[in-house]
Write a protein that binds this ligand. Sequence first.
Ligand code: SF4
Ligand code: SF4
Ligand code: SF4
Length: 172
Amino acid sequence: MTQTASRRAFLRGQFSQRRVMRPLGALAPEAFARACTGCMDCAEACPEGIIITDSDNLPVVDLRLGACTFCGDCLNACETGALDADTPWDWKATVTDDCLSLNGVSCRTCEDQCDEQALRFRLMTGGRAQPIVDPELCRGCGACAAACPAGAVTFTHQDPRPDLQHDGVNPC
Ligand code: SF4
Ligand code: SF4
Ligand code: SF4
């Protein structure tokens, strides 16, 4: 599907409601689809190299590649208004069942990476431990996701509209 066709399909409501992790300051999905030209200036400006192109030729953040420092360079590079400094970064980390610790393998890598101390572990039977993210402390930076050896950290958007509360880490 071409970018124009995919945007048209989006505006006609033919896309699933799965929220995609667009760069810092991204407008709500419909408005972003209208404003973003796919120029990828944001990706070129990102010093962390974590913005890639998705299957719709639009920018998406992949926190498995590295953490976001919230420097704002992507936002400042965007000339179309698709990225707006007033839009909060409403992503929070969640841990999936692929977590090593949850499956009895000793690991605290995510906890070690979290400067906010948003992760803690609840001990379980059988030498297992369940990682728990405190949404009040989590900034959605992705340091845990980038370091996790099992790829077990994903992100959920805290959009108040229920139909948009879906996982958002998978870029393509
Ligand atoms: S710089 Fe702006 S218009 Fe260009 S791809 Fe990034 S978000 Fe879209
Ligand atoms: S780094 Fe990944 S595998 Fe290790 S405890 Fe954290 S979520 Fe589990
Ligand atoms: S996304 Fe950042 S703040 Fe949130 S748990 Fe992971 S490392 Fe901590």
